[in-house]
Ligand binder design. Structure first.
Ligand SMILES: Nc1ncnc2c1ncn2[C@@H]1O[C@H](COP(=O)(O)OP(=O)(O)OP(=O)(O)O)[C@@H](O)[C@H]1O
Ligand SMILES: [Mg+2]
Length: 348
């Protein structure tokens, strides 16, 4: 049984945080001098109208973007001024991301999708598989581990995405409108999973939502407006939530799916005899260059489609790359300033 982390220790400290975009002659102040702090092990919601800076804040907390000014630290790691390589390591060691779109690899099973972030760590294949299976069970999908995303309902896909976000044992889980593509009932089930993770796994959770009923289930609500913190509401009652129920009503869950989510798939075809490699690109800082290289490999993907793929997760996967090509691509991505890792997908 894990011990509750001492609540006074800080998970997030942001001071006068600003992110300003220059669009032509115009300055867009996506975040404008925001100061917030959050203790470890808390569950917080970020609410506010569209364009108020919620996703911008999540990108800064997750090390997917860097502030124009101000300071931000997560679990004592100072992110402003951190170089891209260290930010990539920070993302991998500390943060899990869940988004409105599930961004699952469509030709991998649920368990294999959860394994993706573990592929390049120094653990054996058996351990990776065991960890992925354990996480798939944790999100109540033990009976669906070998299904591919298209064989899963929207709610189930989001469960897989949550399990994947937990693969590297993050301290902070950032969920940006995780129920945005789901109907109310399925969204409620996903919320319960996040509440439980916070309670039972001692993970600090920050949840962006437009659903105020959902926001009220959290301990602290930060309301943003125009890139500024408008007010903070702390719930007075102790948050309680039921234990994750592994047996879910599948018929219900499937019938209630309403939106077909996007899937990421960038596959480079391998020659028959070549060893298959997987390239994991830590994205966020080399998008223009990476977009051009990927467009060369996959001219069928639209030049406007690729940046969306690169921006959507902290990593982008190129699969089935033949060895010779993998080395060449690694060199090119590195020369472009990307953080890139090449691994072998052979079964050992
Ligand atoms: N790359 C960018 N370039 C220019 N402006 C941007 C960029 N990204 C965001 N913005 C602007 O910054 C502001 C905040 O955007 P952000 O995505 O953080 O809002 P949000 O609160 O998440 O909105 P929503 O609820 O619609 O998701 C918006 O005015 C948006 O147009
Ligand atoms: Mg947003």
């Amino acid at each position: 049984m894990r011990q509750r982390i001492r609540p006074h220790m800080s998970a997030i400290e942001a001071q006068q945080l600003s992110r300003i975009y220059q669009v032509g002659d115009e300055e867009v102040r996506a975040l404008d001098g925001l100061t917030i702090s959050l203790e470890r092990g808390r569950l917080a919601a970020v609410v506010g109208p569209s364009g108020s800076g919620k996703s911008t804040l999540m990108a800064l907390l997750g090390g997917l973007d860097t502030p124009s000014s101000g300071t931000v630290s997560v679990y004592g790691q100072k992110l402003d001024g951190m170089d891209p390589v260290d930010l990539a390591a920070y993302r991998r060691s500390t943060v899990g991301f869940v988004f409105q779109d599930f961004f699952l690899l469509s030709h991998l099973t649920a368990v294999e999708n959860v394994e993706v972030p573990l592929k390049l760590s120094q653990i054996s294949r058996q351990e990776r598989r065991a960890r992925a299976n354990e996480l798939i069970k944790l999100v109540g999908l033990g009976h669906r581990g070998d299904h591919r995303p298209q064989q899963l309902s929207g709610g189930e896909r989001q469960r897989v995405a949550i399990a994947r976000a937990l693969a590297n044992r993050p301290k902070l889980l950032l969920a940006d409108e995780p129920t945005g593509n789901l109907d109310e009932k399925t969204g409620h089930a996903i919320t319960e999973i996040l509440l439980n993770l916070n309670k039972e796994q001692d993970i600090t959770v920050v949840l962006v939502t437009h659903n105020l009923e959902l926001a009220e289930k959290t301990e602290i609500q930060f309301r943003l407006g125009g890139g500024k913190l408008q007010h903070t509401t702390k719930s007075t009652k102790e948050i309680s939530s039921p234990v994750i129920e592994p047996k879910i009503d599948m018929a219900q869950d499937q019938s209630q799916e309403i939106v077909e989510p996007k899937e990421i798939e960038i596959t480079v075809e391998a020659t028959q005899s070549a060893t298959k490699n997987i390239i994991i690109l830590e994205t966020g800082f080399c998008q223009t260059e990476a977009t051009n290289i990927i467009h060369e490999i996959r001219p069928d993907l639209g030049i406007f489609q690729i940046p969306h793929l690169l921006n959507s997760l902290p990593f982008t996967v190129l699969e089935n790359v033949e060895s010779e090509k993998a080395e060449e691509l690694r060199d090119r991505f590195e020369a472009a300033g990307c953080v890139v890792e090449v691994g072998n997908t052979s079964e050992s």
